[in-house]
Design a protein around this ligand. Structure first.
Ligand code: ZN
Ligand code: ZN
Length: 175
């Protein structure tokens, strides 16, 4: 059996990587109506490098750049980014909240039920909300958020079995 080295797949290669020079990062922060601070720059850069990261993961990255940063500060920055439309927060069932810079395009996510790997899915079909409710109850629907669950390619290789009933990730902390 061959083992494939699991690196970043091409799923996200179709989208240009966000620019991450200090100037460009500072510009995006200002454009969101926020003051530019060192922790905000560091968190935004960490988000650009690792989309779909937990606050803990970002905290680890940020601390290599700014050793004095607290986890609380990272949470504060993420809350400001999310409120300012600079970051998006996704909360797959059973997972800690994940953050990403790709906002405003109504993209969806596919999550591996075994290892938790998350990839972007551009759209179900067509334009946002790319899903038509059977009955929208009079609402003007603007977006739809879909989480697809399945086995990632690496896990399929490791298990070499077909997916039957997917057990979800641990339900600890799920809402
Ligand atoms: Zn997997
Ligand atoms: Zn995403």
């Amino acid at each position: 059996m061959t083992t494939t080295g699991m690196t970043e797949t091409s799923a996200e290669a179709a989208h240009p990587a966000p620019v991450r020079t200090v100037d460009a990062l500072a510009d995006s922060i200002r454009a969101a109506g926020l003051k530019v601070t060192a922790p905000r720059l560091a968190v935004l850069r960490a988000l650009a490098d690792a989309p779909h990261s937990t606050a803990d993961r970002l905290f680890t990255d940020v601390r290599t750049e700014l050793p004095g940063t607290s986890l609380q500060a990272v949470y504060g920055v993420l809350a400001a980014f999310t409120a300012g439309g600079l970051a998006r927060k996704i909360e797959p069932s059973g997972s800690a909240a994940l953050f990403e810079r790709r906002v405003g395009d109504n993209h969806h996510h596919i999550v591996c039920t075994r290892c938790g790997t998350v990839r972007d899915v551009d759209c179900a079909v067509g334009e946002a909300p790319c899903l038509t409710p059977d009955d929208a109850a009079g609402f003007a629907v603007r977006a739809a958020e879909v989480t697809y669950w399945g086995l990632c390619p690496a896990c399929q290789v490791e298990l070499a079995t077909t997916l039957t009933g997917p057990p979800l990730l641990s339900n600890k902390g799920a809402r």
